[in-house]
Design a protein around this ligand. Structure first.
Ligand code: HEM
Ligand SMILES: *[C@@H]1O[C@H](CO)[C@@H](O)[C@H](O)[C@H]1NC(C)=O
Ligand SMILES: *[C@@H]1O[C@H](CO)[C@@H](O)[C@H](O)[C@H]1NC(C)=O
Ligand SMILES: *[C@@H]1O[C@H](CO)[C@@H](O)[C@H](O)[C@H]1NC(C)=O
Ligand SMILES: *[C@@H]1O[C@H](CO)[C@@H](O)[C@H](O)[C@H]1NC(C)=O
Ligand SMILES: *[C@@H]1O[C@H](CO)[C@@H](O)[C@H](O)[C@H]1NC(C)=O
Length: 338
C-alpha cells in the first residue's frame, strides 16, 4: 500500500472512531472539550508567561535527565485516568487518606519534584491562578517536545484541581500491563477514549522504561505451566530473559522500545508489529483487526505524531473540573486549607 492510501485509511478510521466514540457523553469527545481553552492564562498572569515558565523548567530538567520526559508524560496519563485530569495524582497521603500516588500501579511514578518547582515559581509571580492539573498537562507536552524544540500538541488549559484522591480508585481505572484488548477498550471507553485513541496513546511506550516483574509472566509462566507467551517474538523473548533472569529482580528496569527508548518516534509500532511489544497490553493491540490496521498505519511517523497530538488533547480533557468546580491548589501536594 502506498503512503497516501495509508494516510487516507487512517483518516477514515479516525472519523469513524470520533463519531462512534463515547466522548460526547462526557463532554470531552471532540476538540478541547470540557470548557478548556487555548492560552487560558494569557490575561490572568500579566507579569509572567505561564506556558514559558513551565517550558523553561521542563526543558532544563529533561536536558539534565533525559529519562524525565517519559516520567512527566506518564504522570499526566495517570492523573487523567483516575478522576480525570485534576491533579489528584499529586496529593500526598494524609492521616485520613491513602491517595492515588500510594496505590500499587503507581510503580515508579515520579516527576513530582519538577511539578513542585514549577508551582513554586508560578506562585511567586502569579499566586493562586495556575492549577496543578494544568501544570501537569503542560509539562507532559513540553517534556516530549524538548526533543523537537517545538510544541508537539496544543494544551488547552483552565483545569481546576480536585480535592479527592483515593488509592482505592486506581486499580479499576488504570489498565494493567496484562490487560487484554476487550478490557483495554472498555477502560479507555469509560474515559470517552476510542479504539483509535487506545492504539495511538499506547505509542507513548516509545519512550521510557518498565521493570522485569511486569513481563515475568510472559517470559516464564504464561499459562502457569512454565511456558512463554507464544505471541512474543522468540528472539526478543530470549533477549528479555537475559535481561530479566528468573526469578526476576523487581528493581531491574528494561526499556520499552529497546532500539530508541529515549527517542519519541514511531518505532514502538515497528517493534509491536514484529511481535516485540513488551506488555500483554501492547501485544494485544494486534489481536483486533481494526486495531492492528491502525498499528500498521502508525508506523508512519508523521501520521503517528498527528494522531498522538489529537489523542493527547482528548485525554487531557477527560473529566476535567472547570468553572466553579475544584480549586487552584497553593501547594500541589495538599488541598487548600489542610
Ligand atoms: C494502554 C494501557 C497502558 C498500560 C497497560 C500501561 C502500562 C504501563 C506500565 C506497566 C509501565 C511500566 C511501569 C514501570 O515498570 O515502572 C508503563 C510505562 C510508561 N507508560 Fe504506560 N500504559 C498504558 C498506557 C499509557 C499511556 C496512554 C501513556 C501516555 C500517554 C503511557 C505512558 C507511559 C510512559 C511514558 C511510560 C514510561 C515511564 C518511565 O520511563 O518512567 N502509558 N506503562
Ligand atoms: C480526618 O478524620 C477526622 C476524624 O474522622 C476528621 O475530623 C478530620 O476532618 C479528617 N481530616 C481530613 C483532612 O479529612
Ligand atoms: C507506590 O505503591 C507502593 C505499593 O503500594 C508503595 O509502597 C509506595 O510507597 C508507593 N509510592 C509512592 C510514591 O507513594
Ligand atoms: C479479558 O480479561 C477479562 C478480565 O481479566 C476477562 O474477564 C475476559 O474474559 C478476557 N477476555 C478475553 C477475550 O480473553
Ligand atoms: C506458575 O504459575 C502457576 C499458576 O499460576 C503457579 O502455581 C506456579 O507457582 C508458577 N510458577 C512459578 C515458577 O512462578
Ligand atoms: C531494532 O533495529 C533493528 C535494526 O534496524 C531491527 O532489525 C529490529 O527489529 C529492531 N527492534 C525493535 C524491537 O524495534
Amino acid at each position: 500500500m502506498s503512503k497516501h492510501i495509508l494516510v487516507f485509511l487512517v483518516s477514515s478510521i479516525l472519523v469513524v472512531g470520533c463519531m462512534g466514540g463515547k466522548g460526547q457523553g462526557h463532554g470531552n469527545g471532540n476538540g478541547n472539550g470540557g470548557g478548556l481553552k487555548l492560552k487560558y492564562y494569557d490575561n490572568l498572569c500579566r507579569s509572567v508567561s505561564v506556558e514559558k515558565t513551565v517550558r523553561d523548567i521542563v526543558w532544563s530538567k529533561v536536558a539534565a535527565d533525559p529519562t524525565m520526559a517519559a516520567k512527566l508524560l506518564r504522570l499526566h496519563y495517570h492523573d487523567c485516568f483516575v478522576r480525570g485530569c485534576d491533579g489528584s495524582i499529586l496529593l500526598d497521603p494524609t492521616q485520613n487518606t491513602t491517595t492515588e500516588k500510594t496505590a500499587g500501579p503507581n510503580r515508579s511514578i515520579s516527576g513530582y519534584e519538577v511539578i513542585d518547582e514549577i508551582k513554586t515559581k508560578l506562585e511567586a509571580s502569579c499566586p493562586e491562578i495556575v492549577s496543578c492539573a494544568d501544570i501537569v498537562a503542560l509539562a507532559a507536552r513540553d517534556a516530549v517536545s524538548f526533543q523537537f524544540r517545538r510544541e508537539m500538541w496544543p494544551v488547552f488549559t483552565g483545569r481546576k484541581d480536585g480535592t479527592i484522591s483515593l488509592a482505592s480508585e486506581v486499580g479499576g481505572n488504570l489498565p494493567s500491563a496484562n490487560a487484554n484488548f476487550t478490557t483495554l477498550l472498555a477502560q479507555f471507553g469509560t474515559k470517552g477514549l476510542s479504539l483509535n485513541d487506545l492504539v495511538t496513546l499506547s505509542g507513548a511506550h516509545t519512550i521510557g522504561i518498565s521493570h522485569c516483574t511486569l513481563v515475568a509472566r510472559r517470559l516464564y509462566n504464561f499459562t502457569g505451566a512454565g511456558d512463554a507467551d507464544p505471541s512474543l517474538d522468540q528472539t526478543y523473548a530470549k533477549t528479555l530473559r537475559k535481561l530479566c533472569p528468573n526469578p526476576v529482580n523487581s528493581a531491574t528496569a528494561i526499556e520499552m522500545d529497546p532500539n530508541s527508548s529515549r527517542s519519541f518516534d514511531s518505532n514502538y509500532y515497528r517493534a509491536l508489529n514484529q511481535h516485540k511489544g513488551l506488555f500483554v497490553s501492547d501485544a494485544t493491540l494486534l489481536t483486533n483487526r481494526q486495531s492492528a490496521t491502525i498499528a500498521k498505519v502508525l508506523e508512519n511517523q508523521m501520521v503517528f505524531f498527528a494522531n498522538f497530538a489529537r489523542s493527547m488533547v482528548k485525554m487531557g480533557a477527560v473529566e476535567v473540573l472547570t468553572g466553579g468546580q475544584g480549586e487552584v491548589r497553593k501547594n500541589c501536594r495538599v488541598i487548600n486549607g489542610q
